[in-house]
Each structure stands twice: as C-alpha cells, then as structure tokens.
Design a binder for this molecule. Sequence first.
Ligand code: TRP
Length: 337
Amino acid sequence: MIKGEIILTGDRPSGPLHLGHYVGSLANRVSLQEHNKQFVMIADVQALTDNYEHPEKVRNNVLEVAYDYLAVGIDPKKTTIFIQSQLPELFELTIYYLNLVTVNRLQRNPTVKTEIKQKGFEDSVPAGFLMYPVSQAADITAFKATVVPVGEDQLPVIEQTNEIVKSFNRIYSCHVLKEAKALVPQIARLPGIDGQAKMSKSLGNAIFLSDSSDDIVQKVMKMYTDPLHVRASDPGRIEGNTVFMYLDVFDSNKEKVAELKEHYQRGGLGDVTVKKYLIEVLTQFLEPIRNRRREIAQNPQEVKNMLCEGTGQAQKVAHQTLEEVRTAMSLNYMLRE
Ligand code: TRP
C-alpha cells in the first residue's frame, strides 16, 4: 500500500472524462486519497496548448471534469482539487525550468512526438505545446509530489520532470525540488472502442463516464472484435478483441469471462451475445457514476465553491515552493532581513 506520499495528478479539461481516464488514473486516486496527501489539478492551461482557439470549450469542461471527479468518488475532504490557471506560481516555475531544457530534448520527448503526429501539427507546432512537459514539471514539483499516478503514455513526461529536478538541485546547489515516481496502473491502457491503442476523445473512440445507456449500447455494438469471426459458429480470436479486453477490466466475475473466452475460441458464440453481456457489465459500472454525476451537476455553485477552496489551499503550497526556488536562484530581492 502507498502511504505518506505527496500525490499530484491532473487532467486536461478538453472534454468530459472517459473510461480510459478511469482505468489510467481515476481509480488509483480514489484509493490513494486515504493515506496520502493528494492534489488533483484540472489542467486548463495545458488544455489550452492545443485548444487555444477555443477557450470557452476549456472553460466549460473545467466544471464537467470536476463533476466526473466527484462522481467517481474523489472526495474534496480528502483530496485538494484545484484549477491550474489560477496559480501563477506554476507559470513562473515553468519559465525558470525552461532554461534547464533544450529544444532538442523537447522534440525528442516520445509523448509529445506522438501527440504532434496525432494532432497533425507537423511543421507548425505551437511552442506552448512543445514545452508542455516543462509546465507539467512545474505542476509536479510545486507540490513536491513524490508519486504521480498517470497512464503509461505519460511516463516520458515524468522522466523529463526528474531530469529538471536533478539539474535544478545541482545547478543551484540545493535540495529544494523532489524527484517523483510515476504510478502506472496494472492495466496500462484501455483501447478505444475501435481497437486503437488509446482511448481518446479526439480519436472519437471513447466511452464517457457521463454517457447515457443508449450511448453505451450504440458504442459497444460498434466495438472492434475479431474481423475474421464472421459467423457465430466460427472459432473467434480473443487477442486484440476489444470486447474481451473490456470484460477483463470491468467484469469482476472472472470465471464467467474465462468461460466466454473458451466458448468464443471454440466457436458457437456470436459477437452480439458477448456484446450484450458487456453492455450489462458496463451499465452496472457506469450507472451509479452517472446518477451521482447528475445529482452533483444540479448544484454547480457548490462545486464552484469547492474548487475555489481547493485552489486556495493549493496556492499556499505552490507559493511556499516558489519562495524556496527563488531563494535558491538568488531572486529573493524582496525578502526583508
Ligand atoms: N498531461 C496530463 C493529461 O494529458 C495532465 C496533467 C497536467 C498532469 N499536469 C499534470 C498529469 C501533472 C499529472 C501530473 O491529461
């Protein structure tokens, strides 16, 4: 069990959260909040790096993401939930860290490289997007986080954070910044409903925590299975079969899943039958979340108050770190002797 650690994690509010977020890190946060000091950040500034033309979309999704957090059981009494843009400390840290990173190193970051391709930036990558790992290093180090629960795709970003931490402490001869460990869930990533490696809103292959029961039915019915499994009587393949991957993750009845797999491979089990079963399983998982979410969303003001409170608490911590950083960098002109 992980205890006594400082946890920092967050999500870009570029849409409501989906099952990939749940498996990737939300589930971990719900248990981590019990025995650690946990900060969860709604990364609206990071969301702007690829949505700068749509600030209103980012703004609207801040609240949607907050609803998702509360609906899955992140408890503001145990976890400090805050909004990134409201902490200027983070952006000041970012500027200092940028000196410790080369453009070349940023261009080689595998996470950024993949995203640049996905988003079709090609030769016109916004500088703000290219340097988002540095901004993320500021998020993590501002809280002196020791553990960062993230999906597998974010590992290179944590690695880069630790490089910055080491450079900073060495160059300014101090121990102000702390290295962080990534906490990757056992199921490293959930594929999208199209079978693609990653579930993501922009790829259009996501099941959202807020999806209606109709959405779930439609999406599961479209799910990628074994393209060669044409007739129910044919033997089917489990490997790469999205429906079975989801059952592995969301069905606690492992015996039943093993039985279905065996039957499917032998032949005689149709895709529609398995999909109907997956719909049942997902509905059981998502329905209580959806209901809680609906209830919470009836009271937006209460959620806004919670975010203000959390943001205030977070700012105190970030402010303290920034003072130490400035002192280490000999920038503490305004401190009275
Ligand atoms: N990059 C994360 C995402 O894609 C969001 C994020 C921003 C984050 N800052 C962070 C995650 C710091 C962990 C720690 O959703």
